[in-house]
Design a protein around this ligand. Sequence first.
Ligand SMILES: Cc1cc2nc3c(=O)[nH]c(=O)nc-3n(C[C@H](O)[C@H](O)[C@H](O)COP(=O)(O)OP(=O)(O)OC[C@H]3O[C@@H](n4cnc5c(N)ncnc54)[C@H](O)[C@@H]3O)c2cc1C
Length: 636
Amino acid sequence: MKLDSKIPSGPIEKKWDKHRFELKLVNPANKRKYKVLVVGTGLAGASAAASLAELGYNVEAFCVQDSARRAHSIAAQGGINAAKNYPNDGDSIWRLFYDTVKGGDFRAREANVYRLAQVANNIIDQCVAQGVPFAREYGGTLSNRSFGGAQVSRTFYARGQTGQQLLLGAYSALIRQVGAGAVKMFPRREMLDLVVIDGHARGIICRNLETGATERYWGDAVLLCTGGYGNVFNLSTNANSCNVTAAWRAYKRGAAFANPCFTQIHPTCIPVAGEHQSKLTLMSESLRNDGRVWVPKKKGDARKASDIPEDERDYYLERKYPSFGNLVPRDIASRAAKQMIDDGRGALGGLSVFLDFSDAIKRLGKDKIAEKYGNLFDMYHHITDEDPYSVPMRIYPASHYAMGGLWVDYDLMTTIPGLFCLGEANFSDHGANRLGASALMQGLADGYFVIPSTVGGYLAGTKLGKVDAGHKAFIDIEAEVSSRTKKLLGVKGKRTPQDLHRALGKIMWNDVGMGRNAKGLTHAISKIPQLREEFWGTVAVTGSGEEFNQTLERAGRVADFLEFGELLAKDALAREESCGGHFREEHQTADGEAQRDDAKFMHVAAWEYKGEGREPERHAEPLTFENVHVAQRNYA
Ligand SMILES: Cc1cc2nc3c(=O)[nH]c(=O)nc-3n(C[C@H](O)[C@H](O)[C@H](O)COP(=O)(O)OP(=O)(O)OC[C@H]3O[C@@H](n4cnc5c(N)ncnc54)[C@H](O)[C@@H]3O)c2cc1C
C-alpha cells in the first residue's frame, strides 16, 4: 500500500489556492452526468451533499436516522472555531493553525491544518448567510468565547446548541436541493458494504432499516461522512447510533485506517451512575470559561463542597497550568482529573471532580450565567437532581471523539480511488488531540469548501467505465451482506448485543482508556478475540431480518466494534510514546505529562487489512514540520 498525501508544493499559505487552480474542473454542463453517493448526513455529509448538488452533480444521500436532522452533530454544544479576530485579542489564521497543530501534539499534517484554519472564516460567513443564529454582542457583532488550548476567544456559538443550529443550516441547504431534484435522500438506510470495481469505489450496499431489504446503489464517487467510533468504549458522549460499521467495511475493502488509537476522552462529563447506563452526557467545555475545577486537598475527603473551606481546596488546573488554567486542552485536563482521583482526592471521596460556578455567579450574577449556559445547567439538573447554581457540578472524563479514522490524502480521498472520507470519520486534522470547537469547523470545512473542489478534480481526471447496480460485483457483495445478516439471526443465543457491547466497553476502558500500558494492551488484545467468539456463539438477535429490527442493527455494529477494538489496541501498543490523548504510562515526564518520541513516531500510522485471520500491516506516513517549531507542549 502506498500512502501519497499529495500535499501541494509551495508556501503553506498558497498551497490550497494553487491546488484548486491545478485541479481539473468538470464542465458545468457535464456535472449532471455524474452521480455522487454521500453516506451520512450530519454536518460533514449534509454540507457536502448540498454543495455538490448546488454545483450540478446528481447526489444520493443516506443516513440511518429517519431524518438528516437527527445526526449526532445535533448534539454539539459549545461552538465552532474561526479566526475572525472579532474580539481583537490577537487571533489570526496563523495562530489558529499553530494552536491546532500544537494542540494535536504535532501528529497532524501541517498543510491540512493550515487549509482548515484558512477556510474556517468562510464557514462562519456561510452559516450566517443561511440564518444560523449565532450569539451576538449588544451592538450586533457576533460573539466569541474561549475554549481549551487557546488564549484568544475564537469560538462562535449558539448558546449550548451550536451543533443543532449549524445542522439546521446545512439541512436547509440539503432539503433545498432535495426539493430541486438534485439530491435524492434515503433515510433509514445503513451502508453495510462498499463496492469496488476495477480498483475504484463504485457503490454501496445498504440495509433498508424499515423493510429489511438489502439495496444496491451505484455512483461515480462515494463519500463516507459516517461520524466517529467513540462508542467502541460502549459508554461515551456519542449518540447510541454512532458506529464504525461503514468505515470498517471500507477498511476491509482496502481503505487504510489511520491512528485508530487516537481517541479523545473529554474531561467534563456527568459521571457514570450505574451498571446499566447506556450513555454518558457531556457538559460542554465552554463551562470551563467560568467554572473552576477543584478537588479536596486531603485524601479521602468525602465532605460536601460547601463544608470544605477555601484553603482546603486544590484548584489543580490553575495551580499546575497558570497560563491556561481551567482552559487547558482536553487531554491535559482529563489526565489531571484522573491523577487527582487515582490519588484518592475525588469529589465526595468518589470518581469525580468539582466544576464550581460560585465565583462566577458572585462576579457576574446568576442571570448572566443562565444566559450563557442555561440549557447546560438545566440538563445537569435533570440528570443528577442537583442544582448547579447552588452546588458545584461533579464531572468525570468520558470517551467523546475519534481523532483516528480512515486515512485520507490532501483531497480527502482514501487509499481506494473514488472513496472520500469527511468529518469525524476521517483521521482528520486534529493529530493526537482535538481542541474544543474544532470538530464542527473541520466537518463543515470538508463538506462546504474542500470536497466540492477535490471531487471535481477526481471526476475530471479519471476515466471511469459505465457500471450499474446489476454489475456482478454488486450481486456478489450483496450476497455477502445478506449471509452475514442471516448468520447474526442464526446464533439464537442468550446474551443481548448491549450486554456484549458493555463487556467490550469494560475491556476498552480499563485497558485501552485514559492510561495505557503494554501489559493492559496485551491483555485487551488477547481478550477481545475471546469476546468476539463469545459474541458469535451467544448473541441473541430477536425478530427477523425482514422488518424494522433495532436489535439486529445493534448486533451488526457491535460485531464490527469487536473487530475494530482489537485494531485500536494494536495501534496503541505499537505507538511506544505518549502524545495527546494517547497516554502510554511507560512514556511520561517527571511531572506526569505526555512524553513524545519524535525520532520514532512522528508519523501517521495507517493500517492495511490483509484478510480474515491475518495480521493487519502497519504503514507510516512521515510528518514534517516546516512552519511550526516542534516542542514539548507547555501550557504552564
Ligand atoms: C455531546 C457532544 C458535544 C459536542 N460538541 C461539540 C462542539 O461544541 N464543537 C465541536 O466542534 N464539536 C463538538 N462535538 C463533536 C462533533 O459534534 C462531531 O465530531 C461532529 O458533529 C461529527 O459530524 P459528522 O458529520 O462527521 O458525523 P455525525 O454527525 O455523527 O453524522 C454521521 C452520519 O452518518 C450516518 N451514518 C453512520 N453510519 C452509517 C451507515 N453505516 N450507513 C449510513 N449512514 C450512516 C448517520 O446517520 C449520520 O447521518 C461534540 C460531540 C459530542 C458527542
